[in-house]
Design a protein around this ligand. Structure first.
Ligand SMILES: [Fe+2]
Ligand SMILES: [Fe+2]
Length: 148
């Protein structure tokens, strides 16, 4: 039993925000924090795209455009994160890119939590969201172990 997909997604978001707080505090090993962020964020985003977004599109067709925007945002966020990982946190421009990436993730999380997930919740039953929660967690594990 994994729980309701909405709770699981929101828990992941809180973990990511905790990493942002640490990155912004300028304390600790930034490169290690960025790697931790990637290990958390990339499986989360891929599993959303493969498991959750299709379910939202089906249950709430009027959110299709918002879902599409979400995928584009994921891609842009991942590009910035991969660039930061490749160049390292001390590279020229890395601070600006980190701030831009954090801002985009916060905006994206807000859209999911304020718009997409509440609309999905209204359109679905608890059992359906729990079944999806299980698939979401399984998919994240698969992405983690396959690296993509
Ligand atoms: Fe997302
Ligand atoms: Fe998310």
């Amino acid at each position: 039993m994994s729980g309701d997909i909405i709770d699981l997604i929101e828990q992941d978001h809180r973990e990511v925000e905790e990493l942002f707080t640490q990155l912004e505090s300028e304390e600790g090993d930034k490169a290690a924090l960025l790697q931790q962020l990637a290990d958390e964020l990339i499986p989360h985003a891929k599993s959303e795209e493969q498991v959750v977004y299709p379910a939202i599109r089906k249950a709430v067709p009027q959110e299709a455009a918002e879902v599409h925007d979400g995928v584009v945002e994921h891609q842009h966020i991942e590009e910035m994160l991969q660039q930061l990982l490749a160049d390292g946190p001390d590279a020229p421009g890395a601070d600006g890119m980190l701030a831009a990436m954090i801002a985009e993730v916060r905006h994206h999380v807000e859209e999911e939590e304020q718009d997409l997930l509440p609309a999905f919740k209204k359109a679905t039953k608890k059992e359906e969201r729990e079944e999806l929660g299980q698939r979401f967690e399984e998919r994240k594990e698969q992405v983690r172990s396959s690296g993509g």
